[in-house]
Design a protein around this ligand. Sequence first.
Ligand code: HAM
Length: 431
Amino acid sequence: MKTFKMVRGMRDFIPEEAEMLRLIEGKARRIAQLYGYKEIITPVVESYELLAAKTGEEVRARMYAFKDLGGRKVALRPEFTASVARLVATTMRNEPKPLRLLSIGSLYRYDEPQKGRFREFWQSNFELIGSEKPEADAEILLLTNSLMKSVGLKNYAFKIGHVGVLRGILSREGLAEETQNRALQLMDKKQYEDALSLVKDAGASEKCLTLLQKIVKVKSSNISKVLDEMKKLVENCKEAYEAVNNLAKILELVSEAQKLDITVDAGFARGLEYYTGIIFEVYVPELDIALAGGGRYDRLVELFGGEPTPAVGVAHGMDRIMLALQEQKAPLEFQGEKTVMMIPVSEALNQEALRISEILRAEGIPVEVEVMGRKVAKALEDANRRGTSYVVIVGERELKEGAVTLRNMERKEQSIVKIEELAEAIRTGPR
Ligand code: HAM
């Protein structure tokens, strides 16, 4: 018989993993509530043209793109931001701003599979739309910090830059946006030499090249020092200078509100092409891949036919957050409900077992019924292995009195409890 394997790069989540993913999702939803973000649900399949418009070469080349049966060129979404911008440019065009929108779901990129890199992965994505103010950028950073903290991650740090600095320098040289995009793509991959020779070939001056060489090396967690250094380097380039000022303002707002571990990296670039302002990623020491990434994109909604609409957002990689928690051996504790296993001592009592299970479930208590026909001792062993909180043993003698045996698995204690008092005994009893 033929056996099937999972398609390369795809993921199965077995129950413990699915539970952890959903737990992270639950935390993200809670953060959304706390910061006022409302969920939208957009389709997995979008038009190729929409998704390809500003995702950048790197992601564009890795899209799951195909023609549907109607001959439309479509693709599986590699990210949420394009879909959100489409919605804001069309159906939600007249909604009052700011709009705070949450998306959660699976994304698809034909990346080379490796640790923490999958072809199907999950994000919680937050977009704050309609504000050009630094408070909006600060909010996106702060809510990302809140999420990382609430899942229990340790030693996570923000890497922050501003595309306005590099673009400002390149624009002053009159370099076309297309060339700038390619140069930033290379910088994103840390191929600074290649980026510089590309810029040189496109006609940039020696002065510009020297400045670029210097600026990409400016990086420090001493924020005031690094900002001063950047300002000094770009003082003759208005656009880049304003970008540094904008970055400084955002970081000041953030530091007033929270203590974040931040490194400012002037040579930091991200693969996505729509960014116009601050860009950032989150890392933990255990992994060299980003757990989250985001930034400001002020022209995307307009590009999709909407009003000029400034926006800033972030996507948290839920698979990678999960991996980081596992690496830190701090997996989220699932403080689940108390669970019950219902074991009839003989087949003749199966019906009673089902009836009592239904009573408990109606009271909101999760119950698993013994369905393998095992003897009590075997079934108890299984309940123990599964970490069940309580076992209810349905026996002839107790039933005559309208009662059952209730056993606390952790404490290994048991007592006879009336059926009508069973739910209350479980609810108020020890875990
Ligand atoms: P991104 O940096 O491409 O940004 O992805 C965000 C996060 O998704 C990454 O930091 C990573 O945790 C996760 N991720 C990306 N690719 C993979 C993969 N192949 N396997 C596992 N996890 C992955 C965006 O997607 C932007 N839309 C973020 C944004 C929202 N910018 C503004 N608003």
